[in-house]
Design a protein around this ligand. Sequence first.
Ligand code: UD1
Length: 444
Amino acid sequence: MAVTITTTNTAISFLSLSHPKPRTLQWVCYPQKPRSQFVCCLSVDRPTYQSASGQSESAASGGGGSSLRVVFATRGTGGRIYPAVAIADEIKMTNPDAQILFIGTDSGMESAIVPSAGYDFAPIPGSPLGRSIFCLETLTLPFYLVRSMVESWKIIKEFKPQIVFGTGCSVSFPVCLVAALNGLRVIIHEHGSVPGLANWALSVLADLVFVAYNSTVDCFPTDKKKIVVTGNPLRLSLKKFVSKAVGRSYFFPRLGKVHDSDAKVVLVLGGSMGANSMNIALLNFYQQMLLERENLHIIWETGVGSFDEMENLVRNHPRLILAPFLHAMDLAYAAADLVVSRAGAMTCTELLATGKPAILIPSPNVEEGHQFKNASLMADLAGSNIITEDELDSCTLRYAIEDILDNEQLMTTMSERAFQAAKPNAGAEIVEHLISLLNASPKK
Ligand SMILES: CC(=O)N[C@H]1[C@@H](OP(=O)(O)OP(=O)(O)OC[C@H]2O[C@@H](n3ccc(=O)[nH]c3=O)[C@H](O)[C@@H]2O)O[C@H](CO)[C@@H](O)[C@@H]1O
């Protein structure tokens, strides 16, 4: 359930000033139950994009207009969904008449993230991927795949896209396959350092393959000429400048009003799913640290799955925001002096673009040590501090946080290095390639 609350308090005034279109605060409930005194899941509405005729519903209705029509197929964690949202944002910037439709599943995070980003969404059945070849999920995979392909076929026939864009997941596989069978342009993007299975397989039939890192190129079993290294695209909201005061007034109204320059805000991110070990480590010292440091404020994303438990364990405090998931990441990054986070590929891209000093705790549960590779790269590029899961405990984390927070010079250097290493134009570059491809030889 999403309840939109329109109000006229100071935070809203700041938001309206900083964004081209007036926006409203949205309180998204995960799961569907009344929330307590904690601020839970504040999100900022984006402008709803309208078609040239002014009828937003026409986006999913097919029809014969000449505007660019793109389908995005995405599912999974934020790291797969947000690159698609970022490229869609970029397309709308350069082609305001473009018609965009996202295909995903009803059960995945995309069903909440995509509509909240202002795009039309069409669900298909998800195909589960089993951990071994003999497990139930793997045995039922062909059945799900056929169902997903049939549903994708119907949507593609009706929407008539020129391009189908997959971000590598169990939804992008059937959708891109159907697109290729229909003779449509297929493009994929891999955000991580090692391609997922869907992207690996789809690279063979894709017209263009965008990747974030040079080292990923050789991982694909396809003609290297169609692989372009661009980096990861950023959501439009993260590319825009949001001042520290605006970010802070959104989360802690008093800070925005008085521009308290002594205040220090620590943003704790467990990735799009949250991180239990980080939650536990923080749980053991947040109270003491807030007590000892009167200028400290904490924004703590617990993950949707752990939120109820954490909400029961964490004591309400005026300088603490506890949230299951943050939609307004632009404002959260803007507010923060220091970010403590998992080391997912998209988060690392965003930390560089927003110039945030970071302590990274790579998830040990991600295949092939992806997150450790990301964190090592961040340490080289921006001097990020790495704490491994084995080293993670309350003392280590608290010491690492205070070590950076108390060293202004170090924070400035880390921030400057991050800005220098950022590649904020990946999205624009991807859209340029995409338009050139269409102009060079329209397939249909
Ligand atoms: C490539 C990789 O490492 N993937 C792992 C990563 O994915 P995950 O998708 O979580 O990691 P990423 O850092 O790549 O992407 C997270 C995205 O979600 C956004 N975000 C996050 C929190 C929030 O409250 N609001 C918000 O918008 C971030 O801004 C970012 O854009 O961690 C998951 C566990 O958590 C693992 O299952 C995935 O295998």
